[in-house]
Unconditional design. Structure first.
Length: 169
């Protein structure tokens, strides 16, 4: 097919698509675009508010525990936010379980990770009293949302000094 024939075929296709797209379709499409734009603006404001709230909570945790002992975690796709704290005792327990598993001892490493993460959470969505019912809710939440556990364990490990920076020569 020549270029001229291709252009004619494309024009015919466009004419057919144009005639199939009614005035009601145009109105509906405009409304859908407006709805999407409004939803996008709301999501952006919610994200900014969430990050601002998290920054404020991180400031408070840094003041209470020291800035090198805490780190904020906001997991993509989840509304929940966390302030993680260094917890050397919890890290030691976790490291022992992982080492045992590496030696062939039967250890539930998923449970070990979840427990480690829970012990290192200082603040969950603004709640810092995690020794009572809120702590049990956190453990249940982590069990129901295993995708959140790995990022929390990574940050807890970073705070424990597990991932040291390489020295530059």
């Amino acid at each position: 097919m020549t270029l001229t024939e291709q252009i004619e075929a494309a024009k015919a296709r466009l004419a057919q698509a144009t005639s199939a797209f009614s005035e009601d379709d145009r109105k509906e499409q405009a409304l859908r675009e407006e709805l999407a734009k409004i939803a996008e603006q709301a999501e952006e404001l919610e994200r900014v508010k969430r990050e601002l709230d998290l920054a404020r909570r991180l400031d408070a945790a840094s003041e209470a525990l020291g800035s090198d002992c805490v780190k904020a975690v906001s997991v993509r796709g989840f509304p929940d936010t966390f302030i993680m704290q260094r917890n050397s005792k919890a890290y030691s327990t976790y490291a022992e379980k992982i080492a045992s598993a590496a030696r062939g001892v039967k250890v539930d490493t998923v449970l070990a990770g979840r427990q480690y993460a829970a012990h290192c959470v200082y603040d969950w969505n603004g709640t810092t009293d995690l020794d009572g019912p809120s702590g049990s809710q956190l453990v249940t939440f982590l069990a129901q949302n295993p995708g959140i556990v790995n990022p929390l364990v990574e940050v807890a490990g970073e705070l424990a000094g597990l991932f040291a920076e390489e020295r530059k020569s």
